[in-house]
Design a protein around this ligand. Structure first.
Ligand code: FE2
Length: 282
């Protein structure tokens, strides 16, 4: 296995490794450390069946099953399909417009995602990049007055509010069924979390799912969140991933937030995501 930096800021590229066969504990440990030290890790040139992708993801922990269950891969509910391909009956094979806003995966759950692993099955010749922000740097570079204002505070995360907002802006989003809605209760998480593996602190709020600050007046909380979001989007700590076929892109949702971008819908973009559930943020 060879590693090299992805960008000046953060991220690591891994080559010369085959994840379709089981890794021994030493190789797995090295890969795990490389990932969590870097926030974003791309493993190039993989050929992964759904079973192989799931088996690799499981070594990191329990897998989350996404609430939008119409987009789970049939027979493999651990895989969320992100795709603009249509079935013969015209229904979408996958979640087409997922994540086109800054967010951390499933931060609206009690035990949000530790990591997400997205496998490029088919990609357009250009566009459809995935952007990342380093939220450890966002915390470290946060002005002192903002640090003081969020000290010890928690924020509310919600999927349904985000879904409603996007419905209004873009239209045509798949509706949330009653059963799906029953799973989606709002949760609160600390605004600054400590990452278990490294002990580093990271800002843990995102424009996609974070809506209010617990115990703070609504307008004041909103203004404070907007200031945190503006700081978090600084391009000084951004990495933009340009996909290659066979990429398995892994990101640590505790320490980065991400944003999908548009592409020409004349092309197919078809991806398989596995999501590793983490502990309750502290
Ligand atoms: Fe996402």
């Amino acid at each position: 296995m060879k590693t090299s930096p992805l960008s000046e800021g953060f991220g690591i590229e891994v080559t010369d490794i085959d994840l379709s066969a089981p890794l021994d504990d030493a190789a797995f440990g090295a890969l795990r450390k490389a990932w969590f030290d870097s926030g974003v890790m791309v493993v190039r040139d993989q050929a992964l069946t759904p079973d192989a992708q799931i088996a690799f993801a499981r070594r990191f922990g329990d897998l989350a099953i996404h609430v939008m269950d119409q987009f789970l891969l049939p027979g493999h509910p651990e895989i969320l399909v992100l795709s603009n391909r249509k079935r013969p009956d015209g229904t979408p094979e996958g979640f087409e417009d997922a994540g086109r806003y800054w967010h951390s995966d499933i931060s609206y759950e009690e035990r949000p995602a530790l990591g997400s692993q997205l496998y490029a099955v088919e990609i357009p010749p250009e566009g459809g990049d995935t952007m990342f922000q380093d939220m450890v740097r966002a915390w470290e570079t946060l002005p002192d007055d903002l640090k003081q204002r969020i000290e010890g505070r928690r924020a509310l995360h919600s999927y349904t509010r985000n879904h409603k907002k996007n419905e209004t802006q873009e239209g045509g989003r798949p509706a949330i069924s009653a059963a799906q809605g029953a799973r989606l209760t709002d949760v609160v998480h600390p605004i600054v979390r400590t990452v278990e593996d490294t002990g580093r602190k990271a800002l843990y709020v995102n424009p996609g799912f974070t809506w209010a600050i617990e115990g703070m007046d609504e307008a004041e909380g909103r203004a404070l969140l907007d200031a945190l979001f503006a700081h978090s989007r600084d391009r000084a700590f951004r990495y933009v991933h340009k996909w290659r076929p066979g990429d398995l892109l892994c990101w640590d949702n505790r320490t980065v937030m991400h944003h999908a971008t548009m592409y020409d819908p004349a092309y197919i973009r078809h991806m398989h995501r596995t999501t590793i559930r983490g502990p309750r943020p502290v």
